[in-house]
Design a protein around this ligand. Structure first.
Ligand SMILES: [Zn+2]
Length: 76
């Protein structure tokens, strides 16, 4: 299991979580208001994950999917 600390260069708490850390499969589309996106803090959150305690917008969700696909294709 990789830790978040190892994947970041600094340990300041202000850094946005890297998209690669979150698993888009853990997110579910929510019909209730989730507030602002955890990742970009900009768009309205459309997806929520209980296990990862995050709510993300459609753009960030798409980004997670893209990152996941990239990883699956490149790294074994
Ligand atoms: Zn977002």
């Amino acid at each position: 299991m990789k830790t978040v600390e190892n994947m970041k260069s600094g340990r300041a708490g202000t850094t946005l979580p890297l998209p690669g850390i979150l698993d888009h499969r853990a997110f579910r589309r929510s019909s209730v208001s989730l507030g602002h996106c955890t990742l970009c803090n900009n768009g309205p959150a459309m997806y929520h994950s209980d296990t990862q305690r995050a709510s993300i917008c459609e753009k960030c969700y798409a980004r997670l999917v893209r990152e996941a696909n990239k990883e699956e294709g490149g790294v074994r």
